[in-house]
Design a protein around this ligand. Sequence first.
Ligand SMILES: [Zn+2]
Length: 459
Amino acid sequence: MAADRRIVIENCAIATVDAHDTEYASGHLVLAGNRIESLGAGAAPEGLENVARRIDASGHLVTPGLINTHHHFYQWITRGLATDHNLFNWLVALYPTWARIDEPMVRAAAQGSLAMMARGGVTTAMDHHYVFPRGSGDLSGAIIGAARDMGVRFTLARGSMDRSEKDGGLPPDFAVETLDGALAATEETVRQHHDSSFDAMTQVAVAPCSPFSVSTELLRDGAQLARRLGVRLHTHGSETVEEEKFCHELFGMGPTDYFESTGWLGEDVWMAHCVHMNDSDIAAFARSRTGVAHCPSSNARLAAGIARVPDMLAAGVPVGLGVDGTASNESGELHTELRNALLINRLGAHREAALNARQALRLGTYGGAQVLGRAMETGSLEPGKLADLVLWKLDTLAHASIADPVTALVFGAAAPVTASFVDGRQIVEDGRLLTADEDAIARATRDEAQRLAKIAAEA
Ligand SMILES: [Zn+2]
């Protein structure tokens, strides 16, 4: 068998985001096949064989690839609607449109969402997809195919809804699946697509949507299904005061206690938002090692509130970052969420001590890998881990005069990506995707957005 081809990257600042936050002001990395072989200060070792490429990365910071832990790809074609609503009003305004999606729409929206994240340094993406209209085609297959074509590492959280208006839920009756139908389709998706290997490009999680759109049975049976199949669990939790009120009225307890009563706390679970958490909720997450996907822009857009990220980190809760669906965060970029997480948390109780630049970068990299259950494989730059990394260009107008590269990346303007590698393969060069045609995707998403708007208007 031929030795792995090597790629050598030199003359760059490096933020490894390892356990000691090791950084090099000027260092090198050696990639071999799909792994990081070595890294350190100064130039690469001499005499390396099979070097296919040598990159002079002067003026760059190299970090682990960014990891997005919460998204809804299909919303790419319903951006800019209901812009002045809170969560519940926004959902009620958009459900009737969302319930008309079909496979070509979902494929285009997935390509748009993935392209926007990938060219901004995301190397591991996830999609929480929970709208499966009857007869709409193979939506999970379309989403997974889009991620595979783009070359991005990916987790599909196979979502579901079965609590509609007639059962006291929020979605309209025609937008939901049955309990048995949702469980069977989720199991089928896991069996067909989930890969548990170290360098897996596709994983599947079990992901009923939220307490106000899912029955207690679907939560309980979904948790049992995930554990029987050995996959992770994902849902929305404690997003708004309205959700908290809903849980007290229907279940006689707050969201965290309700999740605990249905088997939804555990180290194999991560939950989006977790904005309205009291001290005992945070302690329960820490005790059970339940993860959190912090989505600062979406929480601001929907006026949900500020999640207590500094308290969660202090308690030992694993926290990653998410853009959330792009109907509540029209930008869909994760690298700007590093900055937003830092700034928004400083508006909370801990003020300037809330988060620093290194902690924000950790949320978007290692923290994301933790909540997706992939911290052994990715999320930091260490020998033996997967070659998922980004070269950020920091020597131009926007960043050149900022004192420190990690500060420049987090506090500064959205930094350009010179190169992004996933599994040792380059997918972005000079801010452009190598694996897809951005302009064609832009046209397709515009056309599908217009087609959906027309269908929804005629319904
Ligand atoms: Zn969401």
